[in-house]
Design a protein around this ligand. Structure first.
Ligand code: CP
Length: 270
């Protein structure tokens, strides 16, 4: 399914080229419209979700079933031998003996990269802590193409939890080869991390940082809203201070462009 045949794992959008993204969008469109029916021919995928998920887990389970493969889902990490003190290394090596592919979600940043370095089978990152969520970004690129008819030269705002939001880290990198104007809207202490901004600067991507949605709303093609992730805050008081800062309601949308769309990776709360 890869455009680049050297590619084995899907860990970070930083590893994915513009050609790969266009290829994925094209394949997704062909599958959705019934022009392509890939056959996984009974291959097995291990779904190792060490963090809660509704959409991503069901998406992979559904995709494996519909494409003729089987997903073996870890029901509860507490019920594995990790609980008895087995290392992640040994658990991954063991599970990889049974399956053709590992799909992993973890609260630990870098753990999916680690899995890809020790395993001889492909690894897909289904979200690692506050780092990356590359399959969400590919889905977002497909949604943008469907609603805007193009990926190039779009005005896109990312709102709220830019520090811990792995979806916006992956999506801003996915957009970086498509000449976007990016507007990062967040409270001061939830700004986009420096390493993502440095990556965008190295690719000459236009971006600016703002406190208020109102500053940019009338220019936007897409407003990508994220959730303030309570689980990533060590200090509950810090969470309380920011949890209601950005409310998207009808008055705020009164001057939007006709083509304007709101996107959200979900879950939405409050
Ligand atoms: N978008 C997303 O990752 O949702 P889940 O956490 O429910 O998988």
């Amino acid at each position: 399914m890869w455009n680049n045949k050297q590619m084995k794992h899907l860990i970070s959008m930083q590893d994915i080229s513009k050609e790969d993204i266009l290829h994925f969008v094209d394949v997704a469109e062909k599958i959705e419209t019934g022009k392509l029916s890939p056959d996984l021919n009974g291959q097995l995928a291990a779904l190792l979700f060490f963090e809660p998920s509704t959409r991503t887990k069901f998406s992979f389970e559904t995709a494996m079933k519909k494409l003729g493969g089987t997903a073996l889902s870890l029901k509860d990490a507490e019920q594995t031998s990790l609980k008895k003190g087995e290392s992640l290394h040994d658990t991954l090596m063991t599970i990889s003996q049974y399956v053709d592919l590992v799909i992993m979600r973890s609260p630990i940043e870098g753990s999916c990269r680690y899995a890809s370095e020790i395993l001889n089978i492909p690894v897909i990152n289904a979200g690692d802590g506050a780092n990356q969520h590359p399959t969400q970004a590919l889905l977002d690129m497909y949604s943008i193409m469907k609603t805007q008819g193009r990926l190039d030269n779009l005005n896109i705002a990312m709102v709220e939890n830019l520090k811990f939001g792995r979806t916006v880290h992956s999506l801003s990198q996915a957009l970086s080869d498509f000449s976007p104007n990016l507007y990062f809207i967040s409270p001061g202490h939830l700004k986009m991390p420096e390493h993502i901004k440095n990556d965008l600067k190295s690719k000459n991507v236009n971006f600016s940082e703002h406190d208020k949605i109102e500053d940019v709303i009338d220019k936007l093609d897409i407003m990508y809203v994220t959730r303030i992730q309570k689980e990533r805050f060590t200090d509950p008081e810090e969470y309380e201070k920011v949890k209601n800062l950005y409310i998207v309601d009808t008055p705020i949308l009164k001057n939007v462009k006709d083509s304007f769309k709101i996107m959200h990776p979900l879950p939405r709360v409050m």
